[in-house]
Design a protein around this ligand. Structure first.
Ligand SMILES: [Zn+2]
Length: 299
């Protein structure tokens, strides 16, 4: 049974047992059906294999997965089958990377004024991001494997000098999915098994953050785990490459709980760590403020 893997592979934020918003036996996600604050109102019941939103009620499995990921019912149904969701306790084979050739959504374009406007409003310099991180965009229609990637900024993910995957961010504020990553079957390396950053610039210390925008803000001395749910592969990379890890996750409670967990995992393996608390998200800092922080940490 791998609903968690299904959701996380498709870039859906989940919270699990132990989180105060989540009851035992449930996994929670943001409800794609109701408007208002996104507070993980939609639960998946692990023993009954059904969805229920405590604002807008019971939900069927296939439409919910389709809505969450932004795909058709047919695709949702085959993904559910692939992950064995809905068939509790049945052993399912893990979804493989590298089954299909790596590709970006089609068509894709250099960033336009629309993308630029979004980045500027988030206090980023679009030209610098293009130059430093190779970002580009998608127009009003863009697909890959039936997934709609329209109106997004695409960030290639490099590993060992090669593009191995990509992350995308909606620029309209209207997509239910802020982030959609490369379909796993097309990833050369699964993004949750690596870190986003500039490997060639790594020194003994690093700043570990949640997302790509945080890395863009803090620069080459930062890496991202692609969300707060870090993996053991990411821990291994941190342990093998760094003596000191500064962890700067977002201010919100779930993020800080995960940051604490990450710190414990690293300390257990002999890595010096420090959690840095900032107001809000690192990505929201003013650039000069971020530069100052990076400098203060000794970079
Ligand atoms: Zn709802």
């Amino acid at each position: 049974m791998s609903i968690i893997r299904l959701l996380q592979d498709h870039g859906i934020d989940t919270i699990e047992e132990g989180n105060k918003h989540c009851s035992p036996g449930w996994i929670n996600v943001h409800c794609p059906f109701c408007t208002g604050t996104q507070d993980y109102h939609l639960g998946y019941n692990l023993s009954g294999s059904y969805f229920h939103c405590w604002r807008c009620g019971g939900k069927q499995l296939i439409p919910t997965i389709a809505q969450l990921i932004g795909i058709s019912y047919n695709e949702a149904s085959s993904i559910i089958e692939e992950y064995g969701t809905g068939i509790p306790h049945q052993k399912t084979k893990e979804k493989q990377t590298n089954i299909r050739p790596f590709k970006f959504p089609i068509p894709n374009i250099p960033i336009t004024n629309k993308h630029r406007k979004y980045l500027i409003q988030r206090k980023f310099n679009p030209e610098k991001l293009q130059q430093d991180w190779g970002i580009f965009g998608t127009p009003v229609i863009s697909f890959l494997d039936g997934i709609n990637f329209k109106n997004r900024i695409i960030a290639p993910i490099y590993w060992n000098g090669k593009i191995v995957s990509f992350q995308s961010r909606d620029i309209t504020g209207r997509s239910k999915l802020k982030y959609i990553t490369c379909p796993k079957a097309r990833e050369i390396v699964h993004h949750k098994h690596i870190l986003y950053g500039k490997q060639e610039a790594w020194k003994d210390s690093i700043i570990c953050v949640e997302g790509i925008f945080d890395v863009w803000r803090l620069g080459k001395n930062a890496v991202s785990t692609f969300g707060i749910g870090f993996t053991r592969q990411q821990i291994r990379i941190l342990v093998q490459n760094f003596k000191t890890v500064y962890i700067i996750f977002d201010e919100e409670k779930q993020a800080q709980e995960k940051a604490k967990k990450l710190q414990a995992e690293l300390q257990f393996r002999g890595i010096d760590t420090e959690r840095i608390f900032i107001c809000g998200d690192p990505a929201d800092m003013r650039q000069e403020e971020a530069d100052k922080l990076v400098k203060k940490l000794g970079f």
